[in-house]
Ligand binder design. Structure first.
Ligand code: MLT
Length: 396
């Protein structure tokens, strides 16, 4: 009997390679052929080290692990109580009623979000796009059918559920959005929550970029009324506290959310206990420190540099093309020069001024003709990138 890949059909429906792998491959190929250096504003990876308060906590926790009386073995798979309490306080400060037992610590929003699809059988999935490709790829790997909602210049890249059938679905939302930097106001989030409640849907809300939400905009889905009955939130310290290399995230699942009589929180706990052994003690102590008053202030200083980068780059780009992202956004989202597809522009930007970005079409069909530059760079690097953008010969 031969071995069969049960999922071969689903994997066939994916693009040949993951977007950011493709970007890395093209960059390496270019460097292999041409040598020299490039400025890489492709993947949104951090440019500054983690702050002092976090480092101190990591060191203290590491020393505990070598101490006969204080070392720890397997962590609880949903996270240590000290971190779950710190995360619950983070929500209470935003006015959201999430308690520590509704918090599950994970090792990254990407894996939490994709693993969460394990809880659903074949399901209709609604994905406003352009969007982080993980939601789409995870849905396709589960064999789910997808309804895309187009984000575009007309709706400021913030699609709403108007006109959608009132049938139950999984809805992915990301705000502030990766890649467009667009941010739903409370009215937009409320429209989605009302739709989810009316249709029996569940919202999976990615708040990984909440630290970049402008003043007056929601930082959590739980600011919308009724969200605690229909919305699960994913958040991570990758972008807000520089944890891309350390890995720490969380999922919040209000205990009132039920599917077919079962509570989502119980299903996720069951899933995690079977498939996940928790995040290391050292990292969780670092995460706790990042959420402390002093840690949060130090992290905010670094986030402010990334926000400044967005003003440095966006200020110029707004003069020469359409820019969709706002000031202080984690990514600059702009229209390619006339006549260029996203990948054509990628090649030209790399070839002519040695700048790497991410082609908009990789985030969904409505991203074709657009381009993303990551603002996660040192200020010096962002200014250098600005100089290169100004030199590009394509702007009219
Ligand atoms: C991005 O560049 O979109 C992100 O950094 C990738 C990720 O968070 O996995």
């Amino acid at each position: 009997m031969s071995l069969k890949l049960d999922k071969a059909g689903e994997f066939d429906s994916l693009s040949a390679s993951y977007l950011f792998s493709e970007v890395r491959q093209r960059k390496s190929k270019f460097l292999g052929k041409n040598g020299g250096e490039v400025i890489d504003m492709g993947v949104g990876d951090i440019a500054y080290p983690v702050c002092e308060t976090v480092v101190e906590a990591l060191v203290r926790a590491s020393l505990e692990m070598g101490d006969n009386a204080r070392f720890r073995g397997y962590p609880p798979e949903s996270g240590y109580q000290f971190l779950k309490d710190a995360i619950a306080r983070f929500y209470v400060e935003m006015g959201a009623l999430i308690d520590a037992e509704e918090v599950f610590v994970g090792e990254g929003a990407k894996s939490d979000a994709s693993s969460f699809c394990d809880l659903f059988g074949p399901a209709e999935t609604i994905i406003p796009e352009p969007v982080y490709p993980v939601y789409r790829d995870s849905a396709l790997m589960r064999g789910n059918s997808i309804t895309y909602l187009s984000g575009n210049k007309e709706n400021d890249f913030l699609p709403l559920p108007h006109g959608l059938a009132k049938t139950p679905a999984i809805i992915w939302l990301c705000s502030p959005n990766n890649p467009t930097g667009s941010v739903y106001g409370l009215g937009g989030l409320q429209a989605w929550v009302d739709y989810a409640l009316d249709s029996g849907s569940v919202i999976l809300f990615d708040a990984a970029y909440s630290a970049f939400a402008p003043e007056g905009y929601p930082k959590t889905i739980y600011e919308a009324k009724g969200a605690e009955s229909c919305a699960v939130e994913f958040c991570s310290l990758s972008k807000s506290a520089g944890f891309t290399g350390l890995r720490c995230s969380w999922v919040t699942i209000p205990r009132g959310i039920k599917l077919g009589g079962a509570r989502l929180i119980d299903l996720w706990r069951r899933r995690q206990s079977a498939k996940f052994n928790g995040v290391s003690y050292i990292i969780q102590r670092g995460a706790e420190a990042a959420l402390s008053k002093k840690g949060a202030e130090e992290c905010a200083e670094i986030v402010n540099i990334y926000k400044k980068n967005s003003r440095i780059l966006g200020g110029f780009l707004k003069k020469v093309t359409y820019v969709g992202s706002g000031d202080g956004s984690p990514y600059i989202w702009f229209e390619c020069p006339k006549g260029f597809t996203s990948w054509e522009f990628f090649d030209r930007l790399l070839g002519e001024v040695r700048l790497v970005g991410t082609p908009g079409c990789g985030f969904g069909p409505s991203g074709e003709g657009f381009f993303r530059l990551s603002c996660f760079a040192t200020e010096e690097r962002a200014r250098e990138a600005l100089g290169r953008l100004e030199k590009l010969s394509l702007w009219n």
